[in-house]
Design a protein around this ligand. Structure first.
Ligand SMILES: NC(=O)c1ccc[n+]([C@@H]2O[C@H](COP(=O)([O-])OP(=O)(O)OC[C@H]3O[C@@H](n4cnc5c(N)ncnc54)[C@H](OP(=O)(O)O)[C@@H]3O)[C@@H](O)[C@H]2O)c1
Length: 305
């Protein structure tokens, strides 16, 4: 069998790292080219340039592509990153499959209620760009909509894990009611999804996959965590303005980014679990794909002291 060359953007991060680890297990099928953009080295910095991306894609049969909003916290920069990737992928004559990591259009999903979720909107504009301006590339593209990572608890514990008060209660604050369901996934499972997508040939070309394992409220996640560690918990639903202030004071977000982050959460409060809509292929229903649950995640990681 001829090996397929897979180029992975974001290979040093959560999604790309998981894909690299999985595909390395099949050296007879895949040849891996992991791209990194070490900002210290000028040569690697050039990855930002379109020509450099095209050069990195030379000979690629498969591309796993993502953009990182949080690096520059700018929708303009993220859309440029994404369009540069799409332009370069479109000129890669050897390309058989593009897997594009995205988020849905917050404006259309919420029927215009949420206009400031820039880190979703930018990615959705890139998806639209590929679909509208690069039809040949779109014909071999699978779009994956990522959901809330369980691993956010590990990378960002101040925001996602409860804090213990003097009375021994573990407290968590989010701008959600106790019943608001959010789609969640273990990002370590990205590898399983990508492996199945690649094995499935053209099955998922032009499809958008909603990648989530469990719809859970933050209150439920907290309660389960408390039960596992046998500690009392208290979930505090706070107002959106209070939550934005917390993001600014505790996490150092700007006003605009705190609003972006809060509005993203409020989409689920006001519109329900939008990832569950029929327009998306549901990862949970893909044959052979078993995704980690919150309960399993809690058992595998030390989350509370
Ligand atoms: N956390 C969540 O719950 C969640 C949910 C849905 C979607 N997302 C999205 O996931 C994306 C980040 O992916 P991740 O979580 O896998 O990343 P991550 O672990 O935060 O690491 C960032 C990755 O992006 C790469 N990167 C940074 N700037 C880049 C650029 N200009 N061009 C190409 N690659 C660049 C970095 O690579 P080098 O530094 O090595 O170059 C690194 O591998 C964000 O856009 C975020 O909006 C996150």
């Amino acid at each position: 069998m001829t090996k397929r060359t897979v180029v992975i953007i974001g290979a040093t991060g959560c999604q790309g790292g998981s894909v690299v680890t999985e595909l390395l297990q099949y050296p007879e099928i895949y040849h891996i080219r992991a791209l990194t953009r070490d900002s210290v080295k000028p040569a690697a910095q050039a990855l930002a340039a379109r020509e450099a991306i095209a050069a990195a894609f030379t000979g690629a049969n498969i591309i796993y592509a993502l953009t990182d909003f949080w690096q520059k916290q700018s929708i303009t920069a993220e859309v440029k990153q994404g369009k540069d990737i799409a332009d370069a992928a479109a000129t890669t004559t050897t390309l058989q499959h593009l897997i594009w990591s995205a988020l849905p259009d917050p404006v259309s999903l919420s029927e215009g209620q949420f206009l400031n979720v820039h880190h979703w909107k930018g990615k959705s504009l890139v998806t639209e760009y590929i679909q509208t301006n690069k039809p040949e590339l779109w014909a071999k593209t699978t779009t994956v909509l990522f959901s809330n990572y369980f691993e956010n608890c590990l990378t960002d514990p101040d925001r996602y894990l409860p804090t213990k008060d003097e009375a021994g209660y573990y407290n968590l604050m989010f701008p959600h009611s106790t019943k608001t369901l959010l789609p969640n996934v273990a990002i370590a499972d990205t590898c399983k999804l990508v492996h199945i997508i690649l094995q499935a040939g053209p099955t998922y070309f032009t499809k958008t996959i909603a990648f989530w394992a469990q719809a859970l409220s933050e209150a439920e996640k907290l309660a389960e965590l408390g039960e596992y560690y046998n500690v009392p918990t208290h979930y505090h639903p706070v107002s959106t303005s209070e939550f934005q202030k917390i993001l600014m004071n505790r996490d150092g977000m700007s006003d605009e980014i705190a609003q972006d982050f809060t509005e993203q959460l409020m989409i689920f409060e006001k519109c329900g679990n939008v990832y569950e809509r029929d327009e998306f292929v549901q990862a949970r229903e893909i044959p052979g794909l078993t995704l980690q649950t919150w309960s399993e995640f809690i058992h595998q990681h030390k989350l509370l002291n």
